[in-house]
Design a protein around this ligand. Structure first.
Ligand code: 3H9
Length: 712
C-alpha cells in the first residue's frame, strides 16, 4: 500500500494515490485502490470516500511500460479480466465514492473515475481517453462507461481523437458532476458528505441508454467507421474503439466489457501499438542528453530576435510570438521587411478563418513581433535565430555582426539546414554560445526542432534550447554537426533512392502513391513540389561549388533539369506534376517526366522495367535505415529513438510504424542487411552496408539494444 495513503477527514475516508510523477496505474496502484476502498467500506468512522491524486495530477493512466509484459493476447485477456472485475468491486462500494480530479485524468485514470459514483474537478483539470495515440483502446471499461456518462458522440470523439477535454466541457457533458472553486480536497469532502447524507450512490454501469440514444449512437458508429476508412487507413486501434463502443450499445454491460477486452488484447500486442508506445518514450528520452545533466541551468528566454524575414524567418517569428515571447524581426531593408510581415499577416488570417484564433488574439500576437532594419536593441535579447539565405559567406558575416551586437550570454542559433555550425561559431567569436536551431517548413506548424551542437557549444546552451523547444511547442532533438545534420542527411538518401527508382522504371505517381499508402502524408515528389524544386537545386549548386554531394553514389540529374526549365513545383504550376495554376494543389501526372526518366535511363545504360510496389517501400526504407545506422555509429545521434523522432516529426514518417529505425527492427536487421547486399550486387557499390547494421545483424540484435546507444 506504499503508493496509497488512507486518512479519515471530517468523517470521509480520503484515499490518496501517490505514485510520482503522474500517479500512473502500476499493478500495485490498482490493487492499493481496491484495498483502500474495501477498508473504507469496513471503517465505521467513514461515511463516504474521496479518491484523489498527490502531486500535480490525478492519474495519467495505466503505466504504459507494463504493456510490454503482455506478450500474448491471452496475457492481456486474463490481466484485463482482473482489472474489469476489480473496478466492478470498487464501483460496488456501498458508501458514496467520489473522484477528485486535478491536473489530468487520462486513460485508465479516467476509467477509475468513471467507476466512482461521482466526479468533482478543479476548473483547469482535463479528462481524456488518449489510448488510441498508443495504438490501443480504453481497456478498463472506458468504452462501456464513458458513453453512458456523456453519450456516444462525445465518447467516440474522445476515444478516436485522444484529445483531453477541459473540465467545464466535461461538466456540461456529464462526465464531471461538479467543479470545485477553492481547495479541491475540501470541496470533494463536502460533496461526498452531501451524497452520504442523501444516501446517493450512482453506478455508471447501471445507467441505461434509451432506444433513441442507441439508434443515434449506432448511426454515429457507422459514420465514424466510414470516416476512419479514409483517415486512418492501415491502423487498427481507431476501428477497434468504434467496435467496442458499438458493442456496448448492442449488448449488456458485462458482454460489452468482454468485447472491449478482446479488442484491447488484439491491439496491445500489435506492432502498431508497440511502435506508438516506443515513440511515446522516445520523444521523452530525446530531451535527455547524456552529458547535459538534468540540473544544468537553463536560461530563461524573455526576448528574442530573428534575422531574416523570409519564409523560415517569418515562421520562426510566429512560433516565438505564439508562445508569448516578444521578438525582433530584422531584414536588410524596408521592402523585404514589409514582404515578410505581409506573409505573416496572411498566415494569421488563414488561422483566423479556420476559427483557431480570434481577431483580438491575432492582433495581440502580432504586437509581439517588432520589425526592424537595424541591430538596435539586439543587446537586450536572450537569443538570436539567424534565418538568412543558405549561403556560408552571408551567414559568416551575420554571425560576425551578431557576436558584436549581442550580450556575451546571448544564445546565437542558426537555422541552417546543412552548413557547418563550428564555422559560424568561430565567425561569431563566441563559439560556446553558438548552435543550430533547425526548424522545418512551415516553421510555425512543424513540430521538430533539430538542435545542432557544435564542437564548443556549452551544455547550458543545449539545456536552454531543450527547455525553449518545449515552450515553443516543439519536440527538440539534439544532434551532432555533420553535413545535413541528421534530418537532411537521411533525407538525401531517401530522395536519391526515389529518383533512381524513377529512372529505373517506376513513375512519379506510383512512388508517391506507394509511400502515402505506407502512411506518409505525401510522397517524395509531391513533397518536393510543395517545398520548391528550386530550394534543393540552389543548395546542390552551392554544394557543387565546394565539391560536396548530399548523398554518396549516383545522383539523378532530373531535378536539376526541372530547375533549369523553371519548373519549381506548385508555385510555378509545374514541377514533378502539372497544376492548373500557380499555387493549385491538384496534381496531374506529366508525360514529360517519363520522357526525362527515359533519357536518364538511356544515359545510364539501363533498360526501364516495371517495378513492384513492395520494392519501392523496401528500397526507400532500407536506404533510410542504412544511413541511420551510419549516423548512429558515427555518434551524430545519441540513440536510434532520436532518429525515429526526427523522421516522424520532421517528415511525417507514419507514427504507427514507429520511425525508420523501429520499422527496420520490425522488418528484422538481418533482412535489411540482406537487402543492402542484394541491392549492391544489382545496382552498384554505392549500396554499402553500414558497419553498425552488419554488427547488429551478426549478433541477431536490433537498433534497440544497449550496443546501439552512443555518446556524442
Ligand atoms: C491506459 O491508460 C490504458 C487504459 O485504458 C487501461 C488499460 C488496462 N505511464 O509527459 P511528461 C512518464 S494507456 C508511464 O514528460 P508532462 C513520462 O514517461 C495510458 N509513464 O510530463 C515521463 O517520464 P520521464 C493513457 C508515464 O507534464 C514522466 O512521466 N494515458 C505515463 O509534459 C513525465 O511525463 C496517456 O497516454 C504513463 N501513463 O505531461 C497519458 N505518463 O520523466 C500519457 C507519463 O522518465 N501521459 N509518464 O521521462 C501524458 O500524456 C503526459 O505525460 C502528461 C504529463 C500530460 C500526463
Amino acid at each position: 500500500m506504499s503508493f496509497i495513503r488512507y486518512d479519515i477527514n471530517d468523517s470521509v475516508a480520503v484515499i490518496t494515490i501517490d505514485n510520482p510523477p503522474v500517479n500512473a496505474l502500476s499493478p500495485a496502484v490498482w490493487e492499493g485502490i481496491e484495498e483502500a476502498v474495501a477498508r473504507a467500506n469496513a471503517d465505521a468512522s467513514a461515511e463516504a470516500i474521496v479518491l484523489i491524486g498527490a502531486g500535480s495530477t490525478f492519474i495519467a493512466g495505466a503505466d504504459i511500460k507494463v504493456f510490454d509484459i503482455l506478450k500474448t493476447r491471452e496475457d492481456s485477456l486474463s490481466r484485463s479480466a482482473r482489472t474489469h472485475a476489480l473496478l466492478k468491486r470498487v464501483e460496488d462500494s456501498h458508501k458514496p465514492l467520489v473522484a477528485a480530479i486535478h491536473g489530468n485524468a487520462l486513460g485508465g485514470g479516467l476509467e477509475v473515475a468513471q467507476a466512482c459514483h461521482f466526479r468533482v474537478a478543479t476548473g483547469d483539470a482535463r479528462v481524456g481517453q488518449p489510448e488510441v495515440l498508443l495504438g490501443i483502446i480504453p481497456g478498463a471499461g472506458g468504452t462501456q462507461r464513458l458513453p453512458r456518462l456523456c453519450g456516444v458522440g462525445m465518447a467516440l470523439e474522445m476515444s478516436l481523437q485522444g484529445k483531453p477535454v477541459a473540465a467545464p466541457r466535461a461538466l456540461a457533458a456529464g462526465i464531471v458532476d461538479h467543479i470545485v472553486a477553492g481547495d479541491l480536497l475540501t470541496g470533494a469532502i463536502a460533496f461526498a458528505r452531501s451524497k452520504a447524507n442523501a444516501r446517493a450512490i450512482r453506478k455508471t454501469r447501471d445507467i441505461t441508454l434509451g432506444p433513441d440514444q442507441i439508434k443515434v449512437g449506432l448511426e454515429a458508429c457507422a459514420a465514424a467507421r466510414a470516416s476512419l476508412a479514409k483517415t486512418a487507413k492501415g491502423q487498427m486501434a481507431p476501428d477497434a474503439a468504434v467496435n467496442a463502443i458499438e458493442a456496448g450499445l448492442q449488448r449488456p454491460f458485462d458482454e460489452g466489457s468482454t468485447r472491449e477486452r478482446e479488442l484491447f488484447a488484439d491491439c496491445v500486442v500489435s506492432t502498431e501499438s508497440k511502435a506508438l508506445r516506443h515513440l511515446f518514450f522516445a520523444e521523452r528520452e530525446a530531451a535527455k542528453v547524456p552529458d547535459v545533466p538534468k540540473d544544468t541551468r537553463a536560461k530563461d528566454i524573455t526576448r528574442a530576435a530573428i534575422v531574416g524575414a523570409g519564409t523560415m524567418g517569418g515562421g520562426i517569428a510566429m512560433t516565438y510570438a505564439n508562445a508569448g515571447i516578444p521578438v525582433l524581426l530584422k531584414e536588410v531593408d524596408d521592402a523585404a521587411l514589409q514582404r515578410g510581415l505581409a506573409t505573416i499577416r496572411r498566415n494569421y488570417d488563414v488561422t483566423m478563418s479556420k476559427g483557431k484564433m480570434t481577431a483580438a488574439q491575432v492582433e495581440q500576437t502580432l504586437a509581439l513581433i517588432t520589425p526592424t532594419t537595424s541591430y538596435d536593441e539586439f543587446d537586450q535579447v536572450d537569443i538570436v535565430v539567424e534565418a538568412v539565405f543558405e549561403n556560408m559567406d552571408l551567414k559568416r558575416t551575420t554571425f560576425g555582426e551578431l557576436g558584436a551586437v549581442t550580450r556575451p550570454d546571448c544564445v546565437l542559433a542558426s537555422n541552417s539546414s546543412t552548413l557547418d555550425i563550428d564555422e559560424l561559431g568561430r565567425a561569431s567569436g563566441r563559439p560556446a554560445q553558438v548552435l543550430g536551431h533547425h526548424f522545418f517548413s512551415p516553421a510555425n506548424v512543424m513540430r521538430l526542432l533539430e538542435i545542432v551542437r557544435g564542437r564548443s557549444t556549452n551544455t547550458d546552451v543545449i539545456a536552454t534550447s531543450l527547455q525553449l523547444a518545449k515552450r515553443l511547442g516543439k519536440v527538440g532533438v539534439v544532434v551532432g554537426n555533420c553535413f545535413g545534420f541528421v534530418a537532411n542527411r537521411m533525407l538525401a538518401y531517401y530522395m536519391r533512392e526515389a529518383y533512381l527508382l524513377l529512372e529505373e522504371g517506376a513513375s512519379v505517381d506510383q512512388i508517391d502513391r506507394v509511400l502515402t499508402e505506407f502512411g506518409l502524408p505525401v510522397g517524395p515528389f509531391g513533397m518536393q513540389d510543395i517545398a520548391g524544386i528550386d530550394v534543393g537545386a540552389r543548395i546542390r549548386q552551392y554544394l557543387k561549388s565546394i565539391g560536396k554531394n548530399r548523398a554518396e553514389g549516383p545522383q539523378s540529374d532530373i531535378p536539376d533539369r526541372l530547375f533549369d526549365m523553371g519548373r519549381y513545383g506548385q508555385k510555378t504550376a509545374a514541377g514533378w506534376y502539372k497544376y492548373e495554376a500557380p499555387g493549385s494543389r491538384t496534381r496531374t501526372p506529366d508525360p514529360l517526366i517519363e520522357q526525362l526518366a527515359g533519357e536518364a535511363a538511356a544515359r545510364r545504360g539501363i533498360t526501364r522495367r516495371s517495378i513492384a510496389d513492395d520494392e519501392i517501400v523496401a528500397r526507400i526504407t532500407t536506404a533510410l535505415a542504412n544511413e541511420g545506422a551510419r549516423v548512429l555509429d558515427e555518434g551524430y545521434a545519441t540513440r536510434a529513438g532520436d532518429i525515429d523522432v526526427i523522421y516522424v516529426y520532421g517528415f511525417g514518417f507514419p507514427r504507427h510504424r514507429g520511425g525508420p529505425m523501429f520499422y527496420a527492427d520490425t522488418v528484422g536487421l538481418d533482412v535489411v542487411l540482406s537487402r543492402v547486399k542484394e541491392y549492391r550486387s544489382r545496382f552498384g557499390e554505392y549500396w554499402e552496408p553500414a558497419p553498425l547494421l552488419e554488427r547488429l545483424a551478426a549478433e541477431g540484435r536490433g537498433f534497440y539494444s544497449e550496443a546501439a546507444v552512443h555518446q556524442m
